[in-house]
Design a protein around this ligand. Structure first.
Ligand code: PLP
Length: 453
């Protein structure tokens, strides 16, 4: 138990922290962050850290970008709030939707929300509405994947495929099913090639669709790279094989680009990099680089036309959020997308990705490291007791210990079970990558020694 500072005492007396062991934080005290600059944040004690996770996978431009702050300030002065209900509109919402369509020309319309979870909830309502409008109301089931992360609202948490998000909440709700995780290193059979594995994943999906009844299966949702499930990058051929099955049974494909959107994988969208066809996309996080809450669903013309066909019972798509498309968030998003283009953020990620991968791969032979995963500027080191795929008997403890060791050495990363995830701001320089990895060997060794003690 630590002696809590005054702020830490006020914190635990006033706040319930999301995704936090409430009892533990009362003993240890929260880590109070005060300010940020570039790829760094500083805590109340004045100590600086490299933010190797861009906050929660969102701060692609790092912290303290003055141009983005100016865009927000300007919009606050002009129109601090308006909505898009009942045919109202405002310029920032229109401008941002146009910019999204420029980056994803296969998308016909954009509808806004505030969070990734709300975007995925909206996706499901859009799919249900579309299938009602298309005269096939029985086609409503949604297939997600084990270890997927799609959010925490009742439906998006149901889409999420992590026991942790289901266990205490009696989820998933009916009609949401989960197929296999495309993690070759962990799930591949002895002697199986990546191509055979990808084919088997598609066969698993097809078997599930057939078992459920193809006429009842509406959509398949996937993150191009699974993020909060541990940064799982599917093998080449996986999405094309999956897409062929979806096409065969007319299953709408939802790309959850909440983490992978806007340059993270070295292209504008993860679905471009991973060859994932998409009928609609969930966008959030780097849409505003984390500077304002905003999410969006972008959809293809079939879905847009079904909604615009006005076939709902009252002729209205009865869904929307007070703050969906908030003008300040949209102005921030439009500025952020301009900056991504002006500063060639996709080029920057492509340029720095080889160094990032080399740095991660340097730990491949460390006795604690089972697998190294990297794509663009997202990656993970998966820790195992003996370097094989066999997991720890008590999952999560060693990963958490490594996180603590790194924090003490000035680097914030996120342990997801025993995978140490990396998702630094996309503006990170080569020198800052070196700095982020500088304490890694020592932190891994200290964690290893602790595990053996
Ligand atoms: N989808 C993905 C892929 C995510 O990673 C997340 C959050 O991490 C979400 C959805 C949910 O977003 P939010 O936390 O904004 O609701």
């Amino acid at each position: 138990m630590n002696q809590l500072t005054n702020t830490q005492t006020r914190d635990v007396e006033a706040l319930l922290h999301p995704y936090t062991n409430a009892r533990q934080v009362r003993l240890d005290g929260a880590h109070v962050i005060e300010r940020g600059e570039g790829v760094r944040v500083f805590d109340q004690a004045g100590k600086g850290y490299i933010e190797g996770m861009a906050g929660l996978w969102c701060c692609g431009l790092g912290f303290g970008d003055a141009e983005v702050a100016d865009a927000a300030r300007e919009q606050y002065g002009k129109l601090p709030y308006y909505h898009l209900f009942g045919g109202r509109s405002h310029e920032p919402a229109i401008e941002l939707a146009e910019k999204i369509k420029d980056l994803a020309p296969d998308m016909a319309r954009v509808i806004y929300q505030s969070s990734g979870s709300e975007a995925n909830d909206t996706q499901i309502k859009l799919v249900w509405y579309m299938n009602n409008a298309l005269g096939r109301p029985e086609k409503k089931k949604i297939i997600s994947r084990k270890k997927a992360y799609h959010g925490v609202t009742i439906v998006s948490a149901s889409l999420t495929g992590l026991p942790y998000n289901h266990r205490d909440f009696d989820l998933p709700v009916d009609g949401i099913k989960h197929t296999s995780t495309p993690h070759f290193w962990r799930e591949g059979k002895p002697g199986e090639t990546e191509a055979e594995f990808a084919k088997r994943m598609a066969e698993d999906l097809e078997a599930l669709i057939i078992a459920e009844g193809p006429e009842t299966v509406a959509a398949f949702i996937a993150e191009p790279v699974m993020g909060a499930g541990g940064v799982i990058i599917p093998p080449a051929g996986y999405f094309p094989a999956i897409a062929a099955v979806c096409k065969k049974y007319d299953v709408h494909m939802i790309a959850d680009e909440v983490i992978t959107g806007f340059g993270r994988t070295g292209e504008w969208f993860g679905s471009d990099t991973l060859e994932m066809p998409r009928n609609s996309m969930s966008l959030a996080k780097q849409l505003t680089a984390g500077y304002a809450p905003l999410s969006a669903v972008a959809m293809d013309s079939r879905m847009a036309e079904a909604i615009e066909s006005n076939s709902g019972t009252i002729g209205t798509f009865g869904h929307g959020f007070t703050y969906g498309g908030h003008p300040v968030s949209c102005a921030v998003g439009a500025k952020v997308l301009d900056i991504y283009r002006e500063r060639d953020i996709v080029g920057q990620v492509k340029k720095i990705a080889p160094l990032f991968a080399t740095k991660l791969n340097a730990y491949k032979d460390h006795p604690l490291v089972g697998e190294v995963r990297a794509l663009g500027l997202v990656g993970a080191l998966e820790l195992t007791p003996d370097g094989t795929a066999t997991p720890f008997e008590q999952p999560g403890k060693v990963g958490a210990k490594l996180g603590t060791e790194l924090l003490a050495r000035g680097v914030i990363l996120r342990s997801i079970g025993d995978s140490m995830a990396f998702c630094p701001p996309m503006i990170i320089t080569e020198a800052e990558i070196e700095e982020m990895f500088a304490p890694m060997e020592e932190a891994l060794d200290a964690t290893y020694a602790w595990g053996k003690a």
